[in-house]
Design a protein around this ligand. Structure first.
Ligand code: MCA
Ligand code: AMP
Length: 481
């Protein structure tokens, strides 16, 4: 296929491609560093990337893609159980990391290759095919450990080019964000997006409204964030005219990964005169819909299907909802070049995810407004929680909790949370009611095994979990109780 990053060879080499804090790399510098890495990686199979929010992660992924090698981004805060699963499932040939970063002992058996951001090599000709895997990104399901979504090179190109049309995104844009680099939002949209356009990205290292204001006032044109970040911006706006001015001057403010509450939309609009636009995607599908740069940003909607994406709403019995009446609710199903090819080592889960005609079942429920705008109204699975923009399966947390000696039974639900969207609530029956484990101990236990963002924020104790006649836990009774 043609190159994923033409700007590495065709554009001005002195243009800044990446900036992380004080460190930056020009296109010439990135071409040298990623080219040198690609020469080491060619033929390596899959490689893991220890995805810290640093320059080296961007170089590692770019180098892997140039070499035609699939990259598996790892959350550097992953706990033992989660890491062990991802490593055995994806079987990487080696792990790429920033020099000096300490890796956990579980990676001791794996060859480590330090990424040298100042190396000088030549950009190889990209020989990989469109359908070859580019990334394997792990995503939670309702039960069991996370599944590796295999994203082909064509999906990256298709989604980024469709967003370029919808958002009029060009090489002149300078993107600012503080998203993690082991998920699609921060890595594909937030790093590979600017690189494909020949533009720049400035990563905040860690999100803060202050950092956003600073960068937008210093020439950044676009902001990407999850709703929790926009919520924190909305909270900060009243006392911060510099932030209000910065947002007012931006070309595009984009939210995604979860629904941005109307209240936050409204507060930002009132303080800045600017509307945040939403786009809707998934790890498995990359981006499906968006409000266009020249479209109406209507709070609570995620816009229209992106160029190349087929989208339909389907009722429970498989009937397609034909009209756009703004009322009939159906599951969003999508088809297009933006889709993943399957879950690694999980033909069963892959088959279940698609209809016979190749439509991907998103599990998201929506209506279509008369002008075609999609409005998401819910989700099929109650066992998926979106907290801070992260998708988290109730089952994986329940399993982790049950491995704690102080827990006899466990159920996990999501509760509305103004900041996180949903917060994780653990309902437990202690093994010894006289000496239940401390809440913080359970949170740490989950954080150590899985990841800190999967830890329960609230723990509630019960004598027994409510179960139906079949013995199944009645989660709705918990939530309503
Ligand atoms: C707290 N911490 C702990 C513990 N408690 N560490 C170990 N054990 C504990 N018990 C640490 C955390 O690691 C973190 O460290 C700090 O304390 C605060 O944690 P937390 O409360 O989780 O962070 P937060 O401040 O609430 O984070 C909010 C956030 C974050 C910044 C919005 O949730 C975030 O980055 N979300 C982005 C998610 C995302 O990118 N989703 C995209 C996937 P430290 O402070 O040092 O970090 S969806 C996707 O890709 C699709 C395609 C789409 O549509 O976009
Ligand atoms: P993930 O699997 O982590 O990639 O998360 C994908 C899910 O995030 C989707 O299935 C939706 O439920 C949700 N999502 C992403 N963007 C939006 C949005 N703009 N509005 C509502 N939900 C969203």
């Amino acid at each position: 296929m043609s190159s994923l990053f033409p700007a590495l060879t065709d554009g001005p080499g002195d243009r800044v491609a990446l900036r992380f804090g004080e460190r930056s790399l020009t296109y010439g510098g990135l071409a040298g560093a990623a080219g040198a890495l690609a020469a080491r990686l060619r033929g390596a199979g899959r490689v893991a990337v220890w995805a810290t929010t640093e320059l080296e992660t961007a170089v590692a992924v770019t180098g892997s893609l140039l070499a035609g090698v699939a990259a598996v981004p790892l959350n550097p805060r992953s706990g033992e159980k989660e890491l062990a699963h991802i490593l055995s499932d994806s079987a990487p040939a080696l792990v790429l990391a920033a020099p000096g970063t300490q890796l956990p002992p579980i990676l001791d058996g794996l060859e480590r290759l330090d990424v040298d951001a100042s190396a000088v090599g030549a950009v190889p000709e990209e020989r990989a095919a469109d359908g070859d895997p580019a990334l394997v990104v792990y995503t939670s399901g309702t039960t069991g450990p996370p599944k590796g979504a295999v994203l082909p090179r064509r999906a990256l190109a298709a989604t980024l080019d469709a967003l370029a049309v919808a958002w009029r995104w060009t090489g002149d844009d300078v993107l600012v964000h503080g998203l993690p680099l082991f998920h699609v939002h921060g890595l594909v949209l937030g790093v590979l997006g600017p690189l494909r356009r020949g533009g720049s990205v400035r990563h905040l290292g860690r999100f803060s409204p202050r950092g956003v204001a600073r960068e937008l006032n210093a020439g950044a044109t676009m902001l990407f964030g999850v709703p929790t970040m926009y919520h924190r911006i909305a909270e900060a706006l009243p006392g911060d005219p510099e932030l209000a001015g910065a947002l007012a001057g931006a070309r595009l403010l984009v939210s995604g990964s979860a629904a941005l509450p109307v209240h936050d939309h409204e507060r930002i609009r009132a303080a800045t005169g600017r509307r945040v636009i939403e786009r809707y995607g998934m790890t498995e599908t990359l981006m499906n819909t968006s409000v266009r740069a020249d479209g109406e940003a209507r709070a609570g909607t995620v816009g229209v299907p992106l160029p190349g994406v087929e989208l339909r709403l389907v009722e429970e019995d498989g009937t397609e909802i034909a009209g756009y009446d703004g009322e009939s609710v159906g599951e969003i199903q999508v088809r297009g070049p933006n889709l993943f090819t399957g879950y690694l080592n999980r033909p069963d889960a892959t088959a279940a995810a698609f209809t016979r005609d190749g439509w991907f079942r998103t599990g998201d429920m929506a209506v279509r407004e008369p002008d075609g705008y999609v409005r998401i109204v819910g989700r099929k699975a109650t066992d998926l929680i979106k907290s801070g923009g992260y998708k988290i399966g109730a089952g994986e947390i329940e399993n982790a909790l049950l491995e704690h000696p102080g827990v006899r039974e466990a159920a996990v639900t999501g509760e509305p949370d103004a900041d996180l969207g949903e917060r994780i609530v653990a309902w437990i029956v202690p093994a010894d009611p006289q000496a239940p484990p401390a809440d913080a101990e359970l949170a740490d236990h989950v954080a150590r095994r899985l990841a800190p963002h999967k830890r329960p924020r609230v723990v509630r104790h019960l004598d027994a979990l409510p179960r139906n006649d079949m013995g199944k836990i009645m989660k709705r009774a918990l939530a309503d109780g």
